[in-house]
Design a binder for this molecule. Structure first.
Ligand code: AMP
Ligand code: MG
Length: 340
């Protein structure tokens, strides 16, 4: 069954053709909004998606070698996300569905990150550490729902990293650049003590941001440390916070698998820290394992939307057009899960 998935919650307009029965991704095309300087302005992101949507959809079909008439289901990300961005994907999905008479479903973006992990890795019932631009959540399936066991109280970890990068004069997205600088900084092992902010099972980054801004304008200017040292120290600190909450969620839920998802999951150091935590949790009788998908499926992508759309469609059938309004503030635990 060929499914067309359309992702447009934030900076990325992504379209994918997936053969759901064979669990094969035939194409996964994306066009992402970026800047040389400054961050994401919702209106600009919406205009970016309008500008590229037709081309990205066509490329996804061409690369898969299929015609729109062969598509049996259209799935789109219904929320959460930026209203301006979500509406472009939803409108494209509705139009294709109506014109070509193809069933339509809208899905939750955060859960899609988890389900693509279950599709592409051996993980069966994992904890998801979803570390992306706007979202930072530790999610698990418990008592018939995807529930959030810990999350950010302010900004998402990716947005935090991007803001930090902006303070250093780097463009958007900052994550990959910070990762490179941190790798250099690691060689010096000049670790700078920073605020470590966990409240219960939740994390917070805004206090740390203020602290860093102060350190950049004072201590770094005075030559007390380099920007590489700071990147290394920031990464170690914030990733340790995420790992601590993930580990406690694993202990609480009695789960032995961890799946990483979201753009920040592309970070090799975060992947390594997850591996180390799982190894250290393993005992003779029970091994713990962490899994990560290819980068193209960590970042926002149409393939995960297609796959979750298929699961939902199989369980519930198509959605009525009048139920396809976007849901910018939808929570992971609002979603009824009929497919598990
Ligand atoms: P998403 O919203 O899931 O598409 O993820 C986008 C976020 O991932 C942005 O904030 C990027 O800065 C961040 N990101 C991408 N690659 C990396 C990386 N290698 N290390 C850390 N963050 C990254
Ligand atoms: Mg995402």
């Amino acid at each position: 069954m060929l499914v067309l998935g359309i992702e447009s919650t934030a900076h990325t307009f992504g379209v994918s053709v997936v053969d759901a029965n064979k669990k094969k991704v035939f194409s996964n095309i994306m066009d992402s909004f970026s800047t040389e300087q400054g961050g994401m302005i919702p209106g600009d992101v919406g205009r970016h998606h309008v500008g590229c949507c037709q081309e990205v959809i066509q490329q996804a079909l061409d690369k898969a070698g299929v015609k729109i008439s062969q598509i049996k289901l259209i799935s789109f990300s219904q929320g959460p996300g930026l209203g301006n961005a979500l509406k472009v994907g939803a409108t494209a999905a509705r139009s294709l569905s109506l014109i070509h008479n193809i069933p339509l479903v809208g899905v939750n973006h955060c859960i899609a990150h988890l389900e693509i992990g279950r599709m592409l890795t051996p993980a069966k019932d994992p904890i998801l550490l979803y570390a992306s631009g706007a979202n930072t959540q530790v999610i698990a399936f418990e008592e018939g729902k995807y529930r959030i066991f810990g999350e950010t109280l302010d900004t998402g970890i990716g947005n935090f990293i991007d803001t930090f990068a902006r303070y250093l004069g780097l463009g958007f997205p900052g994550g990959p650049k910070i990762e490179q600088l941190a790798k250099e900084g690691r060689k010096n092992s000049n670790f700078i003590e920073l605020p470590y902010s966990i409240k219960g099972m939740d994390v917070a980054f805004s206090g740390l941001l203020t602290n860093i801004r102060h350190k950049i304008s004072k201590d770094m200017k005075e030559g007390k440390f380099t920007k590489e040292d700071l990147c290394y120290s920031v990464q170690e600190t914030v990733f340790a916070m995420l790992i601590e909450v993930s580990e406690r969620a694993m202990a609480h839920c009695g789960k032995t698998e961890l799946v990483l998802g979201g753009g920040v999951a592309c970070n090799k150091r975060l992947q390594k820290m997850c591996d180390i935590m799982c190894k250290e949790r393993s005992t003779k009788s029970q091994s713990c394992k962490s899994f990560v998908v290819e980068n193209q499926f960590n970042v926002d992508n149409g393939a995960m939307i297609a796959w979750l759309g298929y699961l939902k469609f199989k369980a519930e059938g198509p959605q009525k057009i009048e139920d396809t309004a976007v849901r910018p503030y939808e929570r992971t635990d609002d979603v009824q899960v009929a497919w598990r």
